[in-house]
Design a protein around this ligand. Structure first.
Ligand SMILES: [Zn+2]
Length: 660
């Protein structure tokens, strides 16, 4: 993935346990993989994207026995849930591996046999905590209780120590080789914090690993010793090689192995960054380039109890919004290595602000005006001006930067960067005001140029967004009259100025409908972030309707902070703004002058509440017109549940005093 010259790209997800109901967490990993796969295809690489299901083990065996069917029949019946979810999310793996497939079982046995002959697998005695009721050894990391006994995490009964014959993998022999590999390949485990975790675990000493059980029947039998079943990780991890044809389709296997990235949840890091490379070293196979341990999506318990369904059921969202808003949200909201908190409020904010307001509006306005002013066809245009060139040049810069973020798996940054372009394109339209140009018959050429630039911007943004939002990108390209899918055009081949006058465009359809939280959840809504002009708790300048950057981690210097001229102001008069339920118009005394500001505080304060009060105002903010009323500054307020709470000065401080 690091090497741009690499001609192939192989990405995997963990195989999901078939008995689990797939949730947002599974969806997250698989959406990342699908996005990377789509990106690398558009970058001109030959791509293989593998996902699948882990179908062996005792849970399946027991559940099947309870229903009186075979484990395979049960797996067949439930594997569809996972595949259906991927379909609903527009996830298109190149192959879906099931550990019950012959290609996998044969491959695992072949690898097992070779290591047995080599001596890296040997027969010994396993002693461990055993749950009699579940007929199962407890995992090594189940803690010992205060009475010195381990308790079965599945049934809660006390476990006993049992010995049985087992096959071991000689993990201890690979300790130094693993440490050497980590040292020479610092990108092998990402993010770097996880690498530290892994190498300190290995440094603390590796024990040989029991990889078979006689107590589990439903699995791959040990070749020549069928009383033993190959256990969990030795079976499951090898899907990454059998899934691309190890032992069966050697050409394909050689073409794609080693993988560029194994995407995993951080809970299974040890298996992927310690056991798996050791298995591969033993087999003489090259190691994957990177094991990427992404964070978890946590659910917000408080909000969950209020909602109607299960917050984390992806279908709640897919059914209401389609797949792209969920794909966008999960990738945009957090960097790949960190945990995120999933809330419907956060989700709807992103949908309304980034998708409906920013991107959706850009598409809608542009296409509406092409319809209105040119009957749906791009008109003959005058030469490019400085403004137009700036947008075109910005696109090329943003494209380069978006691509480098896709290359390094920084998907949130890729989207953040793309949205700066969408914001700039919105501002370009606002600045050039085509609706004004349209009134002047002598400026048709200019009008055509502005709308051409708008159309080029949405086509270009659609192209860059395609890996994350494939369905929406296809719709956008269809609207601008493209007969091909954006994903069929390589990044290197895409031209921003590929549209010609005479190109027919379609009338806009709503791409990302704005959704009200209350309607969505059917409950008393408390929008996390107010949206729209008249609900802005603190008014924003009109011309900068693009979203303010929300990067809580952004640090500004003291020099930057000093640019803000914060002053104490005293409210002289206050009145409501007609037609706006949330706005008050305030006349304020700034010491040396009187000014008028508009503030979205009418839901918390009556006009008379504010008269005489001393507040904090940003005095050097560019004036803006809000709901037809000029605002020469902005007051500062806290936001609670979307409503403003203004801090007032109590003491004897004259208007105009500096606030710092
Ligand atoms: Zn048990």
């Amino acid at each position: 993935m690091e090497k741009k010259s690499k001609k192939t790209f192989y990405v995997t997800t963990p195989i999901y346990y078939v008995n689990d109901v797939p949730h947002i967490g599974h969806a997250y990993t698989t959406i990342i993989a699908d996005t990377l796969a789509r990106y690398h295809k558009m970058a001109g690489r030959e791509v293989f994207f593998l996902t699948g299901t882990d179908e062996h083990g005792q849970k399946i065996e027991k559940a099947a026995a309870e229903r009186g069917i075979t484990p395979l029949a049960l797996a067949d019946a439930v594997v569809g849930r996972t595949r259906d979810l991927w379909k609903a999310l527009n996830i298109e793996p190149d192959f879906f591996i099931r550990t019950t497939m012959a290609v996998h079982e044969k491959g695992v046995q072949k690898l097992f046999q070779a290591l047995l002959e080599k001596g890296d697998i040997f027969k010994g005695e396993y002693k461990g905590w055993y749950c009699v009721s579940d007929e199962n050894f407890l995992a090594e990391d189940v803690p010992i209780g205060t009475d010195g006994v381990k308790v079965c995490p599945d049934c809660g009964k006390k476990a006993v120590i049992v010995s049985e014959a087992t096959y071991f993998f000689r993990l201890s022999a690979y300790q130094q080789q693993l440490l050497d590999h980590y040292a020479s390949h610092p990108q092998f485990v990402r993010p770097p914090s996880r690498m530290n975790e892994v190498s300190s675990f290995v440094r603390s000493g590796l024990k040989d690993l029991s990889i078979t059980r006689t107590t589990v029947q439903w699995g791959i039998p040990v070749p020549g010793d069928p009383a033993h079943t190959i256990y969990v990780w030795f079976d499951a991890l090898h899907n990454y090689v059998t899934g691309i044809g190890y032992g069966e389709n050697e050409n394909q296997f050689k073409k794609f192995w080693p993988a560029q990235v194994h995407l995993i949840g951080k809970d299974i890091l040890r298996f992927h960054a310690v056991f798996w490379p050791a298995f591969l070293m033993a087999s003489g196979l090259p190691l994957p380039e990177c094991v990427f341990g992404h964070g978890w999506w946590l659910k917000d318990e408080a909000k969950m109890s209020k909602s109607r369904g299960n917050v984390l059921d992806p279908y709640t969202i897919i059914n209401a919004f389609g797949p792209d808003p969920l794909r966008y949200f999960l990738l945009r909201e957090i960097p790949l290595g960190l945990d995120g908190n999933f809330s419907h409020e956060g989700f709807l904010h992103r949908v309304n602000s980034d998708l409906a307001n920013d991107f959706g509006n850009l598409v809608h306005r542009t296409l509406t005006m092409v319809q209105q002013y040119f009957g749906g066809t791009l008109g003959e245009m005058e030469d490019e001006g400085a403004d137009d060139r700036a947008i075109r040049e910005m696109y090329e810069k943003v494209k380069a930067s978006v691509r480098s973020h896709y290359e390094s798996c920084a998907l949130n940054k890729a989207l953040e960067e793309l949205w700066t372009f969408i914001g700039a394109a919105n501002k370009y339209l606002a600045d050039n005001a085509p609706w004004k140009l349209a009134k002047d018959p002598g400026r048709r050429g200019r009008l055509a140029r502005v709308l051409w630039t708008g159309a080029a911007a949405i086509r270009g943004a659609g192209h860059l967004a395609a890996p994350v939002m494939p369905g929406s990108a296809v719709r956008i390209w269809d609207l601008v009259g493209e007969s091909v899918s954006p994903q069929s055009v390589l990044f290197d081949d895409f031209r921003f100025d590929g549209l010609r006058p005479g190109r027919e465009m379609k009338a806009p359809l709503p791409l990302f409908p704005r959704v009200d939280l209350k309607e969505f959840l059917g409950q008393e809504a408390k929008p996390a972030i107010p949206s729209g002009e008249d609900s802005a708790a603190v008014p924003q300048p009109n011309e900068a309707k693009m979203k303010t950057k929300e990067t809580p981690m952004d640090i500004i210097t003291f020099e930057e902070f000093k640019k803000l001229d914060l002053r104490v102001a005293q409210v002289i008069r206050a009145e409501r703004v007609e037609g706006a339920t949330k706005l008050l118009k305030l006349q304020i005394n700034l010491g040396t002058e009187e000014r008028q500001i508009v503030a979205g505080v009418a839901e918390t304060y009556a006009p008379e509440d504010l008269v005489g009060k001393k507040i904090t105002v940003v005095a050097n903010l560019k004036p803006a017109v809000i709901r037809g009323v000029e605002s020469q500054g902005m007051l500062l307020a806290g936001i609670k549940d979307g409503k403003a709470v203004i801090p007032f000065f109590e003491g004897d401080i004259p208007p105009g005093s500096k606030v710092q």
